[in-house]
Ligand binder design. Structure first.
Ligand code: UD1
Ligand code: CA
Length: 453
């Protein structure tokens, strides 16, 4: 089978410099959704018709299995398909999809493909409450499709037809060339309509069949930001329902956003307003508090992530406790039972088994052993203004509050660092390290008093 995706339109109503098909839904361009669905049907040829913003669209797709046909001027859907013809295999049927209709399910397309087989012309239709704006499916007394008439060309009577053309069709390819070449643009919009091919097919004795999708929303297209927002909600609700079906607890299925893939083990619970991006894996019994943003992360069993925690490019082992207000940046690896608490930022660092950094701390470019206690206000000074350096801390180290570790520096296992120490030289195992400071008290001190003006 050939698949042609029409994506040449401008999308004027989006009021955006970005070509319409590149606007993201669930963090991915509309066209990428259609391409993924198309690929799941294993086409032998996959062609995207580009026009407006052609270069941007080509660049965004950048996949070797996709060929592009350029439609310089948008003279109609029939004209658009015509541009793809030279790239198609005439011996197999061609399925036509739309770059701005992102949520069609492969199962619905398969139904259309099966209904049409290799010889018939198939149209995916749907009966709607309000058919305004769509092409109507006109049938004869016996119920056979006669033609499709566009809203602007339809009579009063035809406008009352509630069965509409989704735009998605499948056609034999060998005969398509003659059919498209014979299209006329003597209609209300002055366009070469793909929909007129239905009459050409019937004239040449080809049977026209229809199939319906599982759900109406599968055929909704995006013409405006309002429609994009509506489809985003439909998609997110579908994702939420799939998670619920799989046994995940969602405090409110209307308040979760998944922009990528989210894999969950058993008894995972997710509170409201969490955003998941990229590939996120949550093992059994993970609990996530409200307002967390988690991107490209692997979280181990029994780990608890409290409110307002941000995670990107990081992994946490089992029974870790994170947040509230923790931030894990790329390259962070937390071992089992580690704790990272409020206002703690960790970047490109390893925290060993059971190690804790509970308050107000920056750990960057560090290797921290097991059972280390990182006191409040500890900072690894990893950047000298030109280069980043590593801090290495052994097992069972106790870091007093308000410590600075000036990298590169190594602290041996079992070391105790007194509060307020700046560590800039390596420390041997089991030592106590401190900076000598004196505390001075003076009696009779008077605070300055504000002068009256
Ligand atoms: C089309 C159908 C209509 C159907 C509706 C479903 C025709 C004549 N009409 O109408 O029956 O109910 O879709 O949404 O086919 N495009 C190009 N090049 C062009 C024209 C369009 O690539 O020259 C692309 C657009 O970018 C868009 C798609 O084709 O993705 C549909 O075009 P649009 O102009 O929106 O068609 P409608 O008038 O909505
Ligand atoms: Ca449209």
């Amino acid at each position: 089978m050939n698949i042609v995706i029409l994506a040449a339109g401008m999308g004027k109503r989006m009021r955006s410099a970005l070509p319409k098909v590149l606007h993201p839904l669930a963090g991915k361009p509309l066209l990428a959704h259609v391409l993924d669905t198309a690929r799941s049907l294993s086409p032998t040829r996959l062609v995207v018709v580009v026009g407006h913003g052609a270069d941007k669209v080509r660049e965004s797709v950048g996949a070797p299995d996709v060929q592009f046909a350029l439609q310089d001027r948008q003279l109609g859907t029939g004209h658009a398909v015509q541009q793809a013809l030279p790239l198609l295999d005439p011996s197999v049927p061609t399925l036509v999809l739309y770059g701005d209709v992102p949520l069609t399910r492969a199962s619905s397309l398969k139904r259309l493909i099966d209904a049409a087989g290799p010889e018939r012309y198939g149209v995916l239709t749907v009966t709607v409450g309000d058919p305004t704006g769509y092409g109507r499916i006109v049938r004869d007394a016996a119920g056979k499709v006669k033609k499709i008439v566009e809203q602007k060309d339809a009579s009063e009577e035809e406008r009352r037809i509630a069965e509409i053309n989704t735009g998605i069709v499948i056609t034999p390819t060998r005969t398509l060339e003659t059919w498209l070449a014979s299209l006329k643009n003597d209609n209300a919009q002055g366009e070469f309509y793909l929909t007129d091919v239905v009459e050409r097919a019937i004239d040449s004795g080809v049977e026209v069949v229809t199939a319906q999708p599982d759900a109406e929303w599968e055929t909704l297209g995006v013409n405006s930001k309002i429609q994009l927002a509506e489809l985003e909600r439909i998609h997110q609700r579908n994702v939420a329902n799939a998670l619920l079906d799989a046994g995940v607890t969602l405090m409110d299925p209307a308040r979760i956003d998944v922009r990528g893939t989210l894999e969950c083990g058993a008894d995972v619970s997710i509170d409201v307003n969490c955003v998941f991006e990229g590939r996120v894996t949550l093992a059994d019994n993970v609990t996530i508090g409200p307002n967390c943003v988690i991107r490209d992360a692997t979280i181990g069993a029994g780990t608890r992530i409290d409110a307002y925690t941000h995670i990107e490019g990081a992994s946490a082992g089992a029974n870790v406790v994170l947040g509230p207000y923790a931030r894990l940046r790329p390259g962070t690896k937390l071992s089992d039972e580690a704790h990272v608490g409020n206002f703690v930022e960790v970047k490109n660092a390893v925290l060993g088994h059971g190690s804790k950094a509970n308050h107000l701390t920056y750990i960057g470019d560090s290797d921290i052993g097991a059972r280390v206690n990182v006191g409040a206000g500890t900072i690894t000074c990893n950047y000298d203004g030109a280069n980043k350096h590593r801090t290495v801390i052994g097992d069972d180290v106790f870091i007093g509050s308000d410590t600075q570790l000036v990298a590169p520096v190594r602290v041996g296992r079992g070391v105790t660092i007194a509060a307020g120490t700046t560590v800039w030289k390596d420390v041997e195992e089991d030592e106590l390290v401190l900076n000598e400071k004196t505390q001075v008290s003076k009696t009779g001190y008077k605070r300055p008093v504000k002068k009256k003006s």
